[in-house]
Structure formats: structure tokens, C-alpha cells
Design a protein around this ligand. Structure first.
Ligand SMILES: Nc1ncnc2c1ncn2[C@@H]1O[C@H](COP(=O)(O)OP(=O)(O)OP(=O)(O)O)[C@@H](O)[C@H]1O
Length: 311
């Protein structure tokens, strides 16, 4: 089966310096793929090339086997884009703007009316259809931005920081909408908000210094760092020194509710050894759990690992 989106050896040079170098990844399924990376990592450059608004220096991009360079018009019919600054025309009504967006995508004229009705409903803005875009709130403007990105029923939608600048309620609504539109298409979503990516994405691509440093599932991303702490609950909590005497334990932190956090380096069978010791000493262990690292820690680790600077 063809990948929905295939990015191969993609490189781009602005003036004399490379912004991205040999980027490779595939999207094979519907749903949200999170695109992460520090400022200046190369996300926008990659997204602009995928959306056909920037011509790459090297490499190729295809959707369902259709290469952007071979047939840019057919390719662009399969993609929707919401850039960081939504390309809205303030003096258009919502309906006029969506009709215009459909025309720009060279949609068959006979299909435009129905397509506009469909996206108005899908993005819950039917009641705003006659309102000028300048008179809409930020949340509604973003809905119009999302509506234009799916007007031509594209197979791939690229959303660049779609919840940036929205208030907390608008963010919740926008995320719900993104989840919905990702049910029947692939959505590549760039965001600086890691908790948002954690909520929406099932796969992660992370770019640093113009190169892919991670491409796998969200679970794999969250599990990159081996846990190095355990939290144990013991009804007869021993003194920290007794726990420190167990091999590989580096530090012990006492917590409320009969709990303690145990820091260690090599992990292997430490939990098992603590369980054995507890039985031997009657510490009455009721639970023991490895603490997994947060998305922020993984992001920090991957960003700091990539020291290659492109020139
Ligand atoms: N038009 C341009 N001309 C020259 N250099 C550019 C241009 N656009 C981007 N760059 C450079 O290319 C590199 C990648 O930038 P890009 O905007 O793709 O990163 P980004 O990951 O999207 O960053 P951000 O999260 O800050 O938007 C950066 O070093 C940036 O300074």
C-alpha cells in the first residue's frame, strides 16, 4: 500500500545555509501526527514544502504516490493547509471566503455549494455564514481557517500551531474539531504545546537542526527515557538509610501517605529486590511503581542530543 504522505531526502537551502537536510518520513494512516522541534528547527520550512508553497532544493514529497513536482495541481488538490497566520480576508463573509477558497483549489463549480455547506456544518459555523470575518472572535476565525483547509476533502491537512493565541475554551473546541477532522484524513500538526500533542497525536515526528531526530508512536516517544525513579508505599516505612543500603539505590525522598521516591541508576531487578527486602523486614509494601518521564523531559533530551548545526 502507498503511504498517504511520503517525504524523501528533503533538503532546503535559503541563500547560503541549509534549513533542513535529508528529511525522511512517511504517514501511513489517518489521525494526527505531531510535528515537534525547537524554534528554528525547520518545521515551517518542511510544512511549506509539503503544502507546495515553497519549492525544495532537493528531495521529493508525494501524496498517495503523486509527486508534487510531477503534477503540482493534482497534488495540491489532495492537501489542505492552515498556516500560522490564517490567510483570512477580513472583508469577506464566512460563506464568500469559503467559496473563494474552493475556487482557488480549482474545485468543480458544481460541487462548491455543497462543499461549503458541509464544512460550515462540520466546523459548527453555519450560523456565522453571513458574518464578515473581521467581526468574528479568534475562536471562530480559527474555525474558518480549519474549514478552508478541508473544503476540498484533502487526504492530508497541515496545521501550523492551530491553537496559538486562542483562549482556554477556544483551545478545547479547536482540539475537538482537529480530532474530528483527523478521523478520515492524515493531519500533520505542529505545536509548541507538548500537552496538546500528547492529547491529539498518535505518532510524533521531531525535527532538530534541520534533521529528523525521532519518528515513531507517541508511546515510543514517551518511553525514550528509561525511568529512574520508583515510588513505593510501605505501611511500616523504614528509615531512608535502610533503603539506601540496598544496592543501586542512590537517593531516597520521603513523601506523604507512607510513600517514598527511590532514585536509582541501573534498574534491572531493583523493584524485585525491594519487594524481597520488604517481606524479609516486614515493611508491609502495598505498591511499587516506576515513574515514567514526561514529554518535556524527552523533548529536552532529544533537542540537546542534536548538536549538528547546518551550514
Ligand atoms: N526565508 C528565509 N530566509 C532565510 N532563512 C530562513 C528563512 N526562513 C527560515 N529560515 C531559517 O531556516 C531555519 C529553519 O526555520 P523554520 O522557520 O523552518 O523553523 P521552525 O522550526 O518552523 O521554527 P519556529 O518554530 O520558530 O517557527 C532557521 O534557521 C531559520 O532562521
Amino acid at each position: 500500500m502507498q503511504p498517504i504522505l511520503k517525504v524523501e531526502n528533503l533538503s532546503h537551502k535559503y541563500a547560503s545555509s541549509w534549513a533542513i537536510r535529508e528529511i525522511n518520513f512517511e504517514i501511513n494512516d489517518t489521525g494526527v501526527v505531531g510535528l515537534l522541534g525547537s524554534n528554528g528547527a525547520g518545521k515551517s520550512t518542511t510544512m511549506n514544502i509539503i503544502c507546495g508553497t515553497l519549492l525544495q532544493t532537493e528531495g521529493s514529497v508525494s501524496i498517495n504516490g503523486l509527486n508534487i513536482k510531477d503534477d503540482p495541481i493534482a497534488y495540491k488538490k489532495q492537501i489542505g493547509f492552515l498556516p500560522q497566520q490564517a490567510p483570512l480576508y477580513m472583508d469577506f463573509t464566512v460563506q464568500e471566503y469559503l467559496e473563494y477558497s474552493a475556487q482557488l483549489r480549482l474545485m468543480d463549480r458544481r460541487l462548491i455549494k455543497g462543499a461549503v455547506e458541509e464544512v460550515l456544518e462540520k466546523t459548527s459555523i453555519t450560523q456565522m455564514r453571513s458574518r464578515l470575518i473581521r467581526n468574528l472572535s479568534g475562536g471562530y476565525r480559527q474555525r474558518v481557517g480549519i474549514a478552508q483547509s478541508i473544503i476540498n476533502k484533502p487526504k492530508v491537512v497541515v496545521l501550523d500551531e492551530p491553537t496559538n493565541g486562542l483562549d482556554p475554551n477556544q483551545i478545547i473546541e479547536a482540539r475537538k474539531l482537529i480530532k474530528e477532522i483527523a478521523q478520515d484524513r492524515a493531519v500533520l500538526l505542529s505545536s509548541h504545546v507538548l500537552s496538546e500533542v500528547n492529547l491529539l497525536a498518535k505518532e510524533i515526528i521531531m525535527i532538530e537542526s534541520g534533521q529528523v531526530v525521532f519518528a515513531d508512536t507517541l508511546d515510543a516517544f514517551n518511553n525514550i527515557l528509561q525511568p529512574n525513579t520508583l515510588v513505593a508505599r510501605m505501611l511500616h516505612m523504614p528509615a531512608p538509610e535502610e533503603l539506601m543500603a540496598i544496592e543501586d539505590v542512590q537517593k531516597v525522598e520521603m513523601l506523604p501517605d507512607h510513600k517514598c521516591r527511590i532514585y536509582f541508576q541501573a534498574n534491572d531487578d531493583l523493584a524485585e529486590r525491594i519487594v524481597r527486602k520488604s517481606t524479609e523486614k516486614n515493611w508491609r509494601l502495598t505498591s511499587i511503581q516506576a515513574e515514567s518521564s514526561g514529554m518535556d523531559d524527552v523533548f529536552k533530551q532529544l533537542s540537546s542530543n542534536s548538536s549538528s548545526i547546518l551550514h
